[in-house]
Design a protein around this ligand. Structure first.
Ligand code: COA
Length: 338
């Protein structure tokens, strides 16, 4: 006999918390170490500054995730030992083994809650929402911490030869506590998850010379560094973004007007503007904070959600669509009724 819950389990976003390193790197700081300019970066990406961990002093993705999840627990009025599961979405795990989520769980004192890292690049948080919600539908997980955290400044090259990565990325973490609620209207309405592994080489981190795509020239300095085909990613994002939003609305039987907030991965202001214009959405519904944080990979979506919560713009009963796209290539959505 199955012990799984049979009806839909209501899930609420009970608390949110974020963390960014104190160390701020402005565009002017980058001008000092590479051939670029504040004007160029603002114009092409909308970015004004990013936060960068001090890895030489031992700071890592775990420290950011730790602060973010404790703040989220505090906002939810919960203690760490009430968590049944921790999902850490990241492409910056400290080591391949153990999963960083396990050390994080031990540090915050979850008393043996399940814990794993989820690797889906910039889609990490959105795929994490869909995964955690699905697990909660079994009725066996009541309180789940989902954290999106990344530290890509460790794997971009801070010089002219690596400037397209250096200007784009910043470090951050954002966490939410997903809690079972008796109100079964709350939770996920529709979702999508897609990938196209044929285009893996648009964004990758070669570890050995054999990892280089046949179209890319092997270069020693690129080992362990992000390799990105900026033009190709740009075209992919601008094209895919509207399609995946449309597909989700169709699955939900809703129109864009029925959604109160679109919270999208912050990759580049021009990509986001193109998607917003396509749907004729008001700026108040389609949020952009890339100017302050740059592209923080799995953390970018919760950073935007946190801005809205802090500004008291997120209300019970609203519908929110979370959208991600990035390395893999991957793209997907998670549409929630709050
Ligand atoms: N600073 C100053 N000048 C730069 C520069 C930089 N960081 N990077 C490129 N340039 C110059 C180039 O030399 C070129 O000059 P030229 O016209 O005299 O030859 C010009 O700017 C245009 O270069 P290009 O590579 O075509 O820039 P772009 O408009 O494609 O912008 C990115 C580059 C990386 C900002 C852009 O491609 C992008 O944002 N792509 C998407 C990346 C992304 O979102 N990745 C994460 C996905 S989750």
């Amino acid at each position: 006999m199955s012990h799984y819950q049979t009806g839909p389990v209501g899930v609420e976003i009970a608390g949110i918390g974020t963390a960014v390193p104190d160390n701020v790197v402005t565009n002017a700081d980058l001008e000092k170490v590479m051939d670029t300019s504040d004007e160029w970066i603002r114009q092409r990406t909308g970015i004004e500054q990013r936060h960068r961990i001090r890895s030489d002093q031992g700071e890592s993705v775990k420290h950011l995730a730790h602060d973010a999840v404790l703040r989220a627990l505090d906002a939810a009025g919960m203690k760490a030992d009430e968590l049944d599961l921790i999902v850490l979405s990241t492409m910056s795990s400290e080591m391949t083994c153990p999963p960083t989520a396990c050390r994080l769980a031990a540090e915050i004192g979850t008393k043996n809650a399940g814990a794993f890292d989820l690797s889906a690049a910039c889609c990490g948080f959105v795929f994490g929402l869909n995964t955690a919600y699905g697990l909660m539908q079994t009725g066996q997980y009541k309180n789940v911490a989902l954290i999106g955290a990344d530290t890509l400044t460790n794997i971009v090259e801070y010089s002219t030869k690596g400037r397209n990565g250096a200007i784009l990325f910043g470090d951050a973490a954002g966490a939410v506590i997903l809690r079972k609620t008796p109100d079964s209207d709350k939770g996920l309405i529709a979702q999508t998850m897609h990938s196209d592994g044929e285009r893996w080489n648009d964004l990758y981190i070669p570890e050995t010379k054999f990892d280089f795509h046949e179209g890319d020239t092997f270069d020693e300095w690129q080992l362990g560094k992000l390799h990105m085909n900026g033009h190709s990613v740009f075209k992919f994002a601008v094209g895919t973004f509207p399609l995946v939003i449309e597909q989700t609305l169709e699955r939900a039987g809703l129109s864009a007007d029925d959604v109160d907030h679109f919270i999208c991965h912050q990759s580049n202001r021009r990509i986001l503007d193109a998607a917003r214009n396509r749907f004729g959405l008001a700026e108040e519904k389609f949020h952009i904070n890339i100017q302050r944080y740059a592209n923080t990979v799995a953390a970018s979506v919760p950073l935007v959600l946190n801005d809205l919560v802090t500004a008291d713009r997120v209300k019970p009963g609203q519908r929110v669509m979370f959208v991600g796209f990035g390395g893999g290539l991957t793209w997907g959505t998670s549409l929630w009724q709050l």
